[in-house]
Design a protein around this ligand. Structure first.
Ligand SMILES: CC(C)(COP(=O)(O)OP(=O)(O)OC[C@H]1O[C@@H](n2cnc3c(N)ncnc32)[C@H](O)[C@@H]1OP(=O)(O)O)[C@@H](O)C(=O)NCCC(=O)NCCS
Length: 158
């Protein structure tokens, strides 16, 4: 699975976890976390994941299947996990999930998940010729890896 760079990493190597607290400036008048703010936090977590994997500056090419499942409210602790599913030539797909936790009950629930695609950029500002390959290890990582190719085809068709 190595490519001509002769380097390989696992999804765990670049997994990125970010924690935020929902503050009044992040919310709408009902005290609910704004969707755009959450997507910004998810974008930053996935950019860190992409750049740590690729060792290049990376840009967001697309975000698909953004699904706001449940609202987060003022004071909730939001945890965002970004994990690489697969690398292609210059692009990478990253699965991002966000949970909100109530401080007093310590109950956490999934509030959002989405697939982000990042493209690694070379020194001339073009998509990089090739990036470090990835080798999935766990059953879940292998499933995500296998399905990523189908998702890429579907997304480019759109
Ligand atoms: C993303 C971007 C670099 C692609 O450049 P491009 O010249 O269209 O590149 P190419 O057509 O050669 O494709 C390069 C890679 O991007 C992927 N790509 C291009 N458009 C895509 C899209 N809409 N969704 C997902 N992947 C995409 C291609 O599949 C290809 O991947 P591969 O090399 O792994 O096969 C370019 O469109 C861009 O700079 N967009 C703006 C990015 C931005 O401003 N983001 C927000 C701030 S970070």
């Amino acid at each position: 699975m190595k490519n001509k760079l002769n380097r390989i990493k696992t999804p765990k190597d670049s997994e990125t976890i970010v924690t935020e607290v929902v503050c009044p400036n992040d919310t709408n008048p009902m005290g609910i976390l704004q969707g755009g703010k959450l997507v910004q936090w998810m974008d930053i977590a996935s950019a860190v994941c992409a750049q740590n994997h690729a060792e290049h500056i990376c840009v967001t090419a697309s975000i698909d299947n953004v699904l706001f499942k449940t609202p987060a409210k003022i004071g909730d602790i939001v945890t965002i996990k970004a994990k690489m599913t697969r690398t292609f030539n210059s692009s990478m797909e990253i699965f991002v999930q966000a949970w909100a936790k109530k401080v007093v009950s310590q109950k956490a629930y999934l509030i959002n998940e989405a697939y982000f695609t990042f493209v690694a950029i070379d020194d001339n500002g073009n998509p990089a010729n090739e990036i470090i390959a990835i080798k999935p290890k766990t059953i879940d990582e292998k499933k995500q890896f296998d399905e990523a190719a189908k998702r890429k085809t579907a997304r480019l068709k759109k």
